[in-house]
Design a protein around this ligand. Sequence first.
Ligand code: IVH
Length: 680
Amino acid sequence: MDTIATRIKALVAELNTHNYNYYVLDNPSISDYEFDMKLRELQDLEEAYPQYRQPDSPTLRVGGGITKRFAHVRHERPMLSLGNTYSEEEIAAFDSRVCAALGVSEVDYVCELKFDGISVSLLYENGLLVRAATRGDGVQGDDITANVRTIRSIPLKIKGENVPSPLEVRGEVLMPHEAFRRLNEEKAEAGDTLFANPRNATGGSLKMQDSSEVARRSLDAFLYFLNTPMETVDTQMGSIEQLRQWHFKVGEYARLCHGMPEVYDFIRIWDTKRRELPFDIDGIVSKVNRLEYQEQLGSTAKSPRWAIAYKFKAERVLTDLLSVSYQVGRTGVVTPVANLRPVSLAGTTVKRATLHNADIIANLDLHEGDAVYVEKGGEIIPKIVGVDAASRKEDSRPVRFVTHCPACGTPLVRSGEEAAFYCPDRHHCPPQLKGRIEHFISRKAMNIESLGEGKVDVLLKEGLVSRPADLYTLTYDQLLGLETTYLSNDKERVVSFREKTVQNILDGIAKSREVPFERVLYALGIRYVGETSAKKIARHFRSLSAIEQASAEELTAVEDVGAVMAESIVRYFEDAENIQNLYLLSQQGLHFEMEETAASVSEALQGKSFVVSGSFGTPQRRKELEQMVEQYGGKLLGAVSAKVDYVVAGENMGPAKREKAQQLGIPLLTEAEFVAMTQA
Ligand code: IVH
């Protein structure tokens, strides 16, 4: 046993070092493959010997817990914000105030990047990360520990001498550009609304209920503030160095500046160099270096008097609005896009800008032919931030949002709280139908790859398909000889439906009949039901008819399903055309029920850990009980510890175990009580 504990500890230490090298130092020390192999070994060992699980195990970073509601936490000291400045004069005025208050002629400042993310407070006890919280209103924030644990550059355990306990560290969580691009790409594919910028994406991610989803989003964090006084640290630069030594990611950006000219230099350098960073910054922060001075200066109710932010001006140009066009997405939402006279901005040529929705057009008071200010701040998509009303021609008319769908002519509607107008003809509006079919055949849904590369377009154009079920009645003769063109790397390619292509298509469609129920449910494209939710709903209800009969309230009982999603599911089943399509799909033999396997049959024991101990008549029965724990979503542990919620106690349970369970206040269940629990 000892050798197993030793092996687990060694793997944890080794993998944590590799993680640090990769995510903090940006200097990988092992191949991804080797890392995964070791991680898998650790996972297997932890599963078999849960009693040796380490609190800083890298396996904790994959997430898994669901938080239905975030608990509020009060900050030890309020999380303040910073005063903003936009010019060197304002910075100089700040410096004068600082020097006057301290009665000195010059002070040293530490200049840092102002990371454009979401600020967090991390609390460590005995070196272990025990709590992470958002800033909230500054006094009280949300407990987002489960989500923050998935950020690989944040240490789960601090190693080293003299780590104070408790220790509070503050910093900024952000989403690097590459991760942001990937996330929005996925969202676009799923027909979801995109995040406007990495900062919003970070905020949205940190508030997600499913931490395993957060783990996939590649968030990162820079720490800049040590909120626990230490005798050995008497400057801000010293704090940063201490944080670095404890393996926090602090970056190589902070600079000690003697006097204002060096502060201005720092600002000028980063105003340009920020474009090379793989993440967004929205300015720089200048902080009085000596902590003793900081203390003397103190804070106002809102912000410290010893620090100031200098915000970069977003780059802005004036150009002409040529026209507004409207795009219809998969879900029918109509998005206005401004077509602009091409203009160069922050290194690229801008021809179009998103207007998001009708409210934005109204708020800008946008008129046809207006001269408009276009800005590219941290955001990747340029936006119109204002109009030059003075240069407007007298007879120019206001831009009016279209009243009818630009694709099918149906009058648009606007639902209560949403800013968006959408086309209600879900079933026949061409872009919506196309989107629905493309979603249906996509890899994570029915996975009919043979229909990729523009083939869906021609099926729609020829009128061969007007709902997903039609795919299953396509015939060889209908398809042979069709032709379509599609764009690949900006080049037009022609695809002809010859014998082999047609056979591939038909085989791909036929094979999709084997796709399991949970993916079929996802493929239906019910609004808001993503891949993960579909899985959970399928596992909970086990059949499409059970989902159809469920009320919104019953639907929200499923982990991850909120009121909006539940409502959308209920409405889906109220639509006669959906029902007809489902009927036809079921006739085609698609899986509308879960296959009964040893996999989990319900979530009755979700989130609870069990130990099964003693004998239950036959050894088989004990095995069965152990399997039931997992089938009903519980966790089976090997030994009695504080992590165990219940012990299922048979006859002859060891007295030591019984005593330990009693000491820890863990309830003992009889076999019958346990079985009753699974039926709850
Ligand atoms: S110091 C007591 N340093 O900017 C002051 N803040 O507007 C603590 N921020 O809420 C803030 N980078 O979210 C500080 N290097 C940095 C920062 C930084 C980004 C954010 C932080 C804060 C906001 C203030």
